[in-house]
Design a protein around this ligand. Sequence first.
Ligand code: ATP
Length: 328
Amino acid sequence: MTDTLVAVEGLVKRFYLRGQNYVGAINGISFEIGRGETLGLVGESGSGKTTVGRCLLRLVEPTSGRIRFEGSDITQLTKRELKPLRSRLQMVFQDPFASLNPRRTVRQTVEEPLALQRYAPAHAWLGMITEILKRVGLGPQYLDRFPIELTASEQQRVGIARALITSPKLVVLDEPTSTLDPTVREEILGLLRSLQSSMSVAYLFISHDIMAVERMSHRVAVMYLGHIVEQAPTAAIMADPRHPYTRALMSAVLSPDPARRLPRSLVVGEIPSAINPRRECPFYSRCPIRLDRCLDDVPPMAAVGPEHGAACLRWRETSEVLAEVAPE
Ligand SMILES: Nc1ncnc2c1ncn2[C@@H]1O[C@H](COP(=O)(O)OP(=O)(O)OP(=O)(O)O)[C@@H](O)[C@H]1O
């Protein structure tokens, strides 16, 4: 990566419960996002993806670790110091209708970040709103409509316009299409890609769907139980996944490539509880190729190739060993 926009180092987020108990939502993760690039963050429900996105925007306070945005550590900033940064960091939410205030028109919705951040003089706002609506494919006739008068696709376009109106450098896209039907999903993903190239914005694209992540992302990070278990440029991770969990995610979408397929039965059961995590391989309880020594510690991120890391002690032999335990 040539020009780093965001650098996350050793990020931890614990949600404390009663007494000393806590949910280990993020257990020490590190990654970077380059300017204008998309990092796909993929994993099952409960793996910690949304919490990562919310930490980047400081919508939740990290427990420890560093988040550098354009060089400065945003975990150290006060609320007041953070305010000017708000226009450069935005989020698009999963459910477009739920994320829009039903009593606000499209114009009022898209205007909100401008007003909150006193971004540009107020007399310029209408022109800016009309322009961004045009970029997301909505004409001026939409300005005075309410969310209920819009289709799901139009609602998400409004959500995207609201996120992009202040020309942010990073937008967290949290499952932006998971509530949409397949044709609308394609439309919105295509729109997000074209906006990225015209506005040179970076995305953290959060999804449980590895195929959507593959289409959208320059690089991919795979999350499991609050850990990143593998990360790499998209082509590398899709061609040569080294963590058994990455392989399992690929098999769950029934990859057309037989070399990637794994019987679903290989990874059985649910993601375990995130309460009071132990220092061991997070995937141990479901791993088809586990060893006793996987219980000794969280495996380090092994260097598989250029920018390709896998946190598995057996990364050199994953494919061979999986083929032995589950011949097709
Ligand atoms: N406010 C909170 N209090 C306690 N636990 C929380 C809180 N928010 C999230 N968690 C827990 O943190 C873990 C990670 O949740 P998170 O929502 O980040 O996962 P996710 O991968 O985004 O899942 P999903 O796809 O379902 O949104 C889960 O175990 C979740 O129950």
